[in-house]
Design a protein around this ligand. Sequence first.
Ligand code: NAD
Length: 268
Amino acid sequence: MRITVYSNDGSSSRQVADKLTNKLINNGFTMDAQTPEVVISVGGDGTLLSAFHRYADALDQIRFIGVHTGHLGFYTDWRDFEVDDLVVALQEDLGQSISYPLLEVKITYADTNEVQHFLALNEVTLRRYAATLRTDVYIKENFFESFRGDGLCVSTPTGSTAYGKSIGGAVLHPRLEAMQLTEIASINNRVYRTLAAPIVLPSDEWLLLRPSRTSDYVVTIDQFTFKDRPIESMQFKIAKERIQFARYRHTHFWDRVEDAFIGSKHEI
Ligand code: NAD
């Protein structure tokens, strides 16, 4: 099995990554950062996001594993003190995996008509800081609303516990093949009107944003930021690609949500 260990720059993550790499080599695994079959990220959810973007071109050939150097994350099933157990699990690997939906965004720029495609694991946002964001929102071919406010966020099911949750989106179970549109500080008054609630779209529908002609936009795709280009349109749909995780152990999704956000295990 060809494995690579992808770490963030923190000294504790580097130490864990080095220890894990040595154990893998000593147990006969091949370390291969170019064409890995398994990518082990060491750090937090942010590190797993970086690893995902590094290997986004080869998702059908890769299974990811997340090792967390802090508390348990949403994309990380293993803690740093469990690397011995992880090596044993890899030795006994039977190809077990679980996959989750991704978001595909197609951005068409107004200045050059250039088109760019990106995959997102958590979310894509369109924002404006200096002035109100104005954008028409279409669902499939149909005009839905004219949005005014700070921005809009489209998240995947696994991304629904990240930024989308902070701005009032629902938490979606990652088995759902869906994407969620959430507003960021919409203006709603006698003149301007939006739905003012998150919406969840199924896999056969898509979203289209047509923002007003200005260039001071901020687009985020997971942890990446793109700024200051005039945007003709942004089209969102659930990607045909999925992210696969090697699944040697199962943490129930709602237990993970409870542990991350509530953390008090007492019933009345
Ligand atoms: P980071 O690593 O500092 O992540 C910020 C926090 O988001 C961390 O606590 C991380 O564990 C958590 N997180 C990331 N993905 C998650 C997920 N799917 N479910 C639950 N929690 C998750 O920052 P980064 O490396 O720049 O990561 C970018 C991500 O951080 C973005 O995709 C965004 O979703 C999230 N973020 C959230 C907020 C917010 O909630 N206000 C602000 C900025 C970034």
